[in-house]
Design a protein around this ligand. Structure first.
Ligand code: PMP
Ligand code: GLN
Length: 385
């Protein structure tokens, strides 16, 4: 290829390759056990494959409707109603997306204009701010402070202003494993009351909440639901992160705008996987059993690391475990993550990458969505440090 000398005024001058790609690649290069990027190392259920293959064989191989196949939208609407007691109309209030990432990007593109402000909570999942900045918006950062990562609602109040267009929330929270309470949602409702602020609720870990607690969805509260788009991901729920399918639900008023962008962003999502998932998700035990399934893995991993020199933080949901490593090393967390991958053979995610100012509490994130043999092998290496 000849070199290009075009002058590019980058929309994302600070953005490089995502940490997930960097750490997974380094893990592969070093032959390390990969507890960095969040994905399972085990197979999904065979019956999901069977249902998807059946859809292909039945000729479900052409474009589906723009918002998703009818049976999947109906299954989503039923699931949300049975869990959160609110009925989203499957025709006008449910849209199937190419993973949660596309749902989030599309929602931001649909509502945020140049100069608008969007409140995000730090540490913040890495796709939100680049999406905001791509469309000319500006992120305002609310703190979830170490080590319990609770929101400070007085600080959020101080960030609100006439330019606030959207608030993005994420519970259960990646990377911290924190879970918001009913009272947090009460604060959110109170702060947004009487405004035109859209709430974008990233609830991709809605089924992974531990110790008998429950997930508080904004869908459950009519006042918040009316101003919210709620996003989930089948990748997390059915162990198929590589299928890239998720969905968004929201009032028809908001969804109408969302779809204006969605139809020219991806138009729609592959048909047979949608049909397969629609069939598979009818058995509610498949998503309702997820919390116990991952709680066992969390407990298994935490028990193995109990006598290590990592200090484990609380993990109330998601499939991520945070740990402080200051008793092992004084390195900054990005360097520690690289060192750990190369020298100890376990890849992790440094948490400072989720802060705009690189705040570093000496904390790394382990993904425990792994087979017990993988977790045991990793823990053996980690205990030797
Ligand atoms: N939001 C959060 C908080 C996530 O952790 C992830 C993926 N791990 C996503 C969004 C993106 O989900 P998807 O893979 O369905 O795009
Ligand atoms: N959300 C996943 C994680 O937190 C990664 C998704 C991605 O690689 N973009 O690890």
């Amino acid at each position: 290829m000849p070199q290009s000398s075009l002058a590019i005024d980058s929309k994302l001058p600070q953005v490089g390759t995502t940490i997930f790609t960097i750490m997974s690649r380094l893990a592969a290069d070093c032959g390390a056990i990969n507890l960095s990027q969040g994905f399972p190392d085990f197979q999904p259920d065979d019956s999901l494959f069977a249902a998807t293959l059946q859809a292909m064989r039945m000729g479900r191989n052409q474009y589906p409707p723009m918002a998703g196949v009818a049976e999947l939208r109906a299954a989503i609407s039923d699931k949300v109603e049975s869990l959160y007691g609110v009925r989203y109309d499957s025709e006008s209030e449910v849209t199937v997306t190419a993973g949660a990432t596309q749902a989030i990007f599309t929602a931001i593109a649909a509502f945020v204009r140049p100069g608008d402000e969007v409140i995000v909570f730090e540490p913040v999942y890495d796709s939100y701010v680049p999406a905001i900045e791509t469309v000319g918006g500006e992120a305002r950062y609310a703190a979830l402070s170490y080590p319990d990562y609770r929101p400070d609602w007085e600080q959020v109040r101080s960030l609100l202003g006439p330019r606030t267009r959207m608030i993005i929330i994420n519970s259960p929270h990646n990377p911290t494993g924190a879970v918001w309470s009913a009272q947090d949602l009460e604060h959110l409702a109170e702060l947004t009351r009487g405004t035109d602020i859209v709430v974008l609720a990233d609830e991709v870990y809605e089924h992974i909440v531990f110790d008998g607690a429950r997930h508080h969805s904004v869908s459950r509260r009519p006042e918040l639901a009316a101003r919210s788009l709620v996003v989930s991901s089948f990748g997390k729920t059915y162990h198929i992160t590589g299928w890239k399918i998720g969905y968004v639900v929201g009032s028809a008023h908001l969804m109408n705008e969302f779809r204006k962008v969605h139809q020219f962003n991806v138009f729609t999502v592959n048909t047979p996987c949608q049909v397969g998932i629609a069939d598979y998700m009818r058995e509610a035990a498949r998503h309702l059993g997820l919390a116990d399934f991952y709680q066992r893995k969390r407990n298994f991993f935490r028990t193995l690391l109990q006598d290590s020199r990592f200090d484990l933080l609380a993990c109330r949901g998601t499939y991520f475990q945070l740990a402080r490593y200051r008793r092992i090393s004084a390195l900054p967390d990005v360097e520690f993550a690289h060192w750990l991958t190369r020298e100890a053979g376990v890849a992790v995610i440094p948490v400072s990458v989720f802060y705009h100012d690189g705040r570093d509490d000496g904390v790394v994130r382990f993904c425990f969505a792994k087979q017990e043999t993988t977790l045991a092998a990793a823990a053996e290496r980690l205990r030797s440090l």
